[in-house]
Design a protein around this ligand. Structure first.
Ligand SMILES: [Zn+2]
Length: 343
């Protein structure tokens, strides 16, 4: 057994024991409405996509997601961002903690797989849109890279691709198998310039030209339809999805104001607009500008629950993805950990 799966097995077992010993219920009862939970999802994919080199941290399968919905409905008040109004004054009676589901990036699989399940279980969700990508065929560079790797595997040319990457980044610990190389390369490229990344992608296309798949992101029609259902609301994830901390103040301001104006022009947000930091990176400048631009709140990727008095521009979330939440035991462990460790 690999160390990773052994660790996951232990966490899953610990989570199951804590759940069956009713420890989880007791903790939630104690929390009541003094803290709330915001969950972070990215993609919801059918199990058939699992072999296709998707980053573990980016998806849960449809089966896992439906199990999450059933579990969450049993233990939480599932609400929307509007439920944060007045949350600082917890109800005197013990309520179940509030939980808000958020989805980053506006992937088209949200419409195909998550939305029907949310409707079936009547669970609200908040989706953050990077407006430059919605309704276009544009892709994140990380997804273009993944598709190149997937194409090379399909063509039986993965060894060639891996060798090429290793020649280009001789000092980088890339690992051996194709999934490990892709993972390490994706992490490394986050700190490279857009030009460097684009040049690498062009050179890898010499090994494997990917097929032209359908667009990765939602269309505005899908956004309108889901908004009209009253179940799904939307917020800004900037325009370009660049990390705000890598931009000058002027550029940050345009990312904030232009994305908000686009969402308003499409009629998919009200007066109060929520923001989500691309890649989770934020600093004081970004926070000050968000407040100046009139945003209602902003979500980070920092792992934790939120006390009701939390700074609205630096809200914690608990990220859920297949490798950390594929069983109820793992899910319980994932939700309890920041409470027990006081994060
Ligand atoms: Zn994102």
């Amino acid at each position: 057994m690999k160390t990773g799966s052994l660790k996951a097995g232990i966490k899953s077992l610990a989570g199951s024991l804590l759940y069956h010993a009713r420890f989880f219920d007791l903790v939630l009862k104690r929390i009541g409405s003094t803290r709330y939970l915001v969950l972070m999802y990215h993609r919801i994919l059918p199990a058939s996509e699992q072999g296709r080199l998707h980053q573990e941290g980016m998806y849960v399968t449809t089966d896992t997601f439906e199990r999450h919905l059933e579990f969450l409905k049993r233990h939480f008040r599932l609400g929307s961002v509007q439920d944060l109004v007045g949350v600082e004054n917890p109800a005197p009676e013990r309520q179940r903690p509030l939980c808000i589901l958020t989805f980053d990036d506006g992937w088209s699989d949200f419409y195909d797989y998550a939305y029907p399940l949310l409707q079936r279980h009547e669970v609200p969700a908040l989706v953050f849109l990077p407006t430059d990508y919605i309704g276009t065929g544009r892709r994140f560079w990380s997804e273009s890279l993944r598709r190149l790797f997937e194409g090379a595997v399909t063509a039986g040319r993965q060894a060639e691709l891996v060798a090429m990457v290793k020649r280009r980044f001789p000092g980088l610990p890339l690992g051996e198998d194709v999934a490990a190389v892709l993972e390490a390369l994706t992490v490394h490229l986050k700190s490279c310039s857009a030009e460097e990344t684009a040049s690498l992608l062009r050179s890898l296309e010499g090994v494997a030209v990917p097929a032209t798949p359908p667009p990765d992101f939602l269309t505005w029609e899908q956004v309108h339809e889901m908004r009209a259902s009253g179940l799904v609301s939307f917020g800004s994830h900037s325009c370009s999805h660049r990390m705000l901390t890598s931009l000058g103040a002027g550029e940050v301001r345009s990312e904030l104001s232009d994305s908000r104006d686009q969402l308003r022009a499409h009629g998919v947000v009200g007066d109060e607009v929520a923001f989500c930091f691309p890649n989770g990176n934020y600093d004081d400048t970004g926070v000050a500008l968000l407040s100046e631009e009139g945003y209602a709140c902003a979500f980070t990727t920092r792992y934790g629950w939120n006390p009701v008095t939390a700074d609205r521009y630096r809200l914690n979330r608990v990220g859920l993805h297949q490798d950390v939440a594929r069983s109820d035991g793992l899910l319980v462990y994932r939700l309890l950990y920041p409470l027990i460790m006081r994060r």
